[in-house]
Design a protein around this ligand. Structure first.
Ligand code: SPD
Length: 440
């Protein structure tokens, strides 16, 4: 070879869009391609960008193999760089072309570092060489694979173990379970983190115990959404609760969580839980009035199947289904990340419940974009989230159930809003309320 390295620049066209959006598959294919060519793998780093696209690089003893994909164009661009005579990058090329189902390709080979243009100098390296040869060669390599949830300006990334434990398209959404390094298994719907094993307690304790410990005697509870079971698990810790009706539209979410997130889904076998696989909007439309002490709206984000759970028609029905001193709590998105939805939904509740009965509160959830998340507490009549709280009862409950986030102090503190959040809520004149749909 009359160059230090061979560098193949590759364009793959009309690939399988599914395959080139699947970070685990791409990483495995790139590893196999490198091995097939005879390379020594040192490390791999891959990122998936929600909803589309993967970037990654395999560092090999003989240089690197890199890839960037645009599934929406069925296009992948690669560069395969090898040094020395021991391996042939075209072996990797052939393999990857088939692996990604590319129908066409174009490629060019560059000779990198041509000796007649270079001058070799002598470096005194024996000492360094000696050291290197004595260090044990590791047989494993470092995998660095990332899931990323993002909008145009903000992203949240979680490193995971590389294999998707579950990935299927249901009638409503893409349901995935990944195994993250820092937060355990995570439920991802349509590319958005819904919950993770290690921080789910923040969301589920705060969406449930705030209303259930404010209400003096909560017996009948309705949960709309919440197919992972976390909210129901918390509600059923309350002795007064006689019945939890859980209405989830997507059975696949329940099945995936039962299998991979049993810490959340234990409550599905509880005798006081009644599960309805149906659309929450239809459910509340047909539900008789004055049925529930507490209604919890544990929805996904307002895209896809949850869009209708962010409309004033839906909340008018929720209001009707509540008993006279009933309480509704809904997840109301991030003031930082979903500012418009946060503002619009607040005014939607204000119009229906009356502004003095609407109290947003905030919590800290590390695996949600921006880390700050909000809920909105709305009472039909008189129960105030702080004044009506029985501190002693809340204290006993906290200790008895070894809660991890909720305690009576954080219950009260969560309603003390940062100034910028207060300002957002006061900007009614800037909010163009859409009568039907509230969108981000
Ligand atoms: N972007 C995250 C929105 C979270 C909505 N619900 C989570 C479900 C947990 N039970």
């Amino acid at each position: 070879m009359d160059a230090l390295g061979r560098h193949i620049i590759v364009e793959f066209y009309e690939c399988s869009a599914m395959k080139i959006n699947e970070v685990s598959l791409i990483e495995k294919s790139m590893i196999s391609a490198a091995k097939l060519a005879g390379a020594t793998i040192i490390s791999s780093t891959f990122h998936h960008f929600s909803p589309f696209g993967v970037s990654g690089v395999i560092v090999i003893g003989e240089s690197h193999l890199a890839i960037h994909t645009w599934p929406e164009y069925r296009f992948a661009s690669l560069d395969l760089f090898t040094c020395g005579d021991s391996i042939d990058p075209w072996v990797s090329f052939d393999y990857l072309e088939k692996e990604f189902g590319a129908e066409h390709s174009s490629s060019i080979e560059l000779q990198r570092g041509q000796p007649h243009l270079l001058e070799r100098i002598s470096l005194d390296t024996p000492a360094v060489r000696d050291k290197a040869s004595k260090t044990k060669q590791s047989v494993t390599y470092n995998r660095n694979i990332w899931f990323t949830e993002r909008d145009n300006n903000i992203a949240l990334s979680l490193r995971h173990k590389g294999d998707r434990l579950f990935k299927q398209q249901s009638k409503y959404q893409r349901v995935e379970i990944i195994d993250t390094i820092a937060y355990g298994k995570a439920l991802i719907l349509d590319g958005m983190v819904m919950t993770t094993e290690k921080d789910e307690y923040v969301y589920h304790e705060m969406i449930t115990h705030v209303p259930l410990l404010t209400h003096p005697n909560p017996e009948t509870i309705l949960i709309i959404g919440g197919g992972d079971g976390g909210g129901a698990r918390e509600a059923l810790k309350h002795e007064s609760v006689k019945q939890v009706d859980l209405v989830e539209i997507d059975e696949m979410v329940i099945d995936a969580c039962k299998k991979y997130l049993p810490c959340l889904s234990t409550s599905f076998s509880h005798p006081n839980l009644k599960l309805y696989i149906k659309d929450g909007i239809e459910y509340v439309k047909k539900c008789p009035k004055d049925m529930y002490d507490v209604i919890i709206i544990d929805s996904t984000d307002p895209v896809g199947p949850a869009e209708g759970l962010f409309t004033s028609d839906f909340y008018k029905d929720v209001y009707r289904c509540l008993k006279d001193n009933g309480i509704m709590v809904a997840q109301s998105e991030s003031p930082h990340f979903n500012t418009n939805v946060f503002q619009e939904i607040y005014h939607c509740y204000g119009e229906i419940f009356g502004y003095t009965h609407v109290h947003p509160y905030v919590v800290f959830i590390p695996t949600y974009p921006s880390g700050m998340w909000s809920f909105c507490y709305c009472s039909k009549n008189s129960l105030h989230p702080i004044d009506s709280l029985n501190m002693n009862k809340a204290q006993r409950f906290t200790a008895q159930h070894h809660l991890q986030y909720y305690n009576p102090e954080i219950h009260k503190a969560a309603f003390m809003l940062p100034t910028f959040v207060k300002n957002l809520l006061n900007q009614k004149q800037n909010i163009l309320m859409k009568k039907q749909t509230i969108s981000s």
